[in-house]
Design a protein around this ligand. Structure first.
Ligand code: HEC
Ligand code: HEC
Ligand code: HEC
Ligand code: HEC
Length: 197
């Protein structure tokens, strides 16, 4: 009997270790500022973009017309509404992602990592290998490629949970390729080397 219990405990321990190491292997969100320490051009452009300011749309009084059109209350503060936060911040309910304004204020933006993936691991690769890494290698560490994979943008755009979809008004139709060209919405395409330390 006691032996059996002992075995059970060992198996449980192994199992917990496994879960722990899997959890440990998952990349975390590090925030746009850290990306910006190397990617200054993208960071400065993104700062003024609509994605960087999208959390503010949840404040009362913002975009009143659009809210009314979508049957939302223009005077309500939606900044703590779980039905809204997910698509207006970075990494909501994910490891190291947005929790609330008090503990994770720097993630109350649609940051680099909303489109490029949580960066704790691939940013180290960027640093170590500079120009010498392949997309596949970065992707295996959690980097996403929104220009190759539409689903990166569809996490939010044209999503069934978004109050602003094509049934509300035609301007909310999301055309991925056309949207990618609107670089003002995130940051300009790099010319040659705009990389700065
Ligand atoms: C220590 C410096 C450093 C940090 C921090 C860093 N990067 Fe990079 N990154 C680089 C370098 C160097 C390259 C390779 C040269 C280039 O493409 O600019 C690169 C390349 C990239 C590319 C193009 C890669 C490809 O496969 O096409 C993207 C996108 C990118 N970084 C996004 C990010 C994001 C998002 C973060 C934050 C989570 C980040 N980087 C953090 C240095 C860094
Ligand atoms: C599933 C993702 C998702 C959820 C959930 C979501 N949004 Fe958004 N929201 C978006 C996207 C994507 C856009 C941009 C739509 C466009 O311009 O095509 C947007 C745009 C907006 C806009 C600007 C609309 C305009 O035309 O000016 C407001 C305001 C807004 N959201 C508020 C909210 C509120 C309030 C909630 C919760 C009730 C909410 N959102 C929930 C994805 C979402
Ligand atoms: C709304 C989505 C979005 C946001 C937010 C965003 N990017 Fe990008 N970024 C892209 C797309 C799409 C590309 C094209 C390559 C790809 O598929 O990853 C790109 C490309 C890049 C590149 C490669 C050079 C180039 O111009 O193609 C770098 C470096 C980069 N982003 C850094 C950043 C940094 C740093 C931030 C935050 C300060 C950021 N990005 C925020 C979507 C975004
Ligand atoms: C985390 C959710 C989220 C993701 C991921 C996301 N977006 Fe957005 N996007 C938004 C919201 C919210 C707005 C509304 C901003 C506003 O109306 O001010 C928006 C607005 C836009 C706009 C219109 C902005 C303007 O200034 O006209 C374009 C274009 C766009 N996104 C393209 C993209 C592309 C391309 C991708 C994928 C590479 C992407 N977005 C990924 C949430 C997201």
């Amino acid at each position: 009997m006691q032996r059996k219990q002992h075995k059970g405990a060992v198996i449980l321990l192994l199992f917990l270790t496994m879960i722990w190491s899997v959890a440990e292997a998952k990349p975390k969100y590090i925030g746009a500022k850290k990306c910006g320490s190397c990617h200054k051009t993208e960071y400065l452009a993104w700062k003024t973009s609509s994605h960087a300011k999208a959390f503010n749309l949840l404040k009362p009084g913002k975009r009143q017309k659009a809210k009314k059109l979508a049957d939302l209350d223009p005077d309500k503060d939606y900044r703590t509404d779980k039905k809204c936060i997910g698509c207006h911040v970075t990494g909501y309910r994910k490891k190291g992602g947005y929790k609330n304004l008090e503990s994770t204020p720097e993630l109350a933006v649609i940051g680099c990592e909303a489109c490029h993936g949580p960066g704790s691991k691939y940013s180290i690769l960027h640093d170590e290998k500079m120009y010498g890494f392949a997309k596949e290698e970065a992707a295996s560490l959690g980097q996403l490629y929104g220009a190759d994979d539409e689903s990166v943008c569809l996490e939010c755009h044209a999503h069934k949970d978004s109050p602003f979809h094509k049934n509300i008004a035609p301007k909310y139709i999301f055309e991925w390729q056309a949207a990618l060209q609107k670089r003002k919405a995130y940051h300009p395409k790099r010319k040659k080397s705009s990389f700065a330390f």
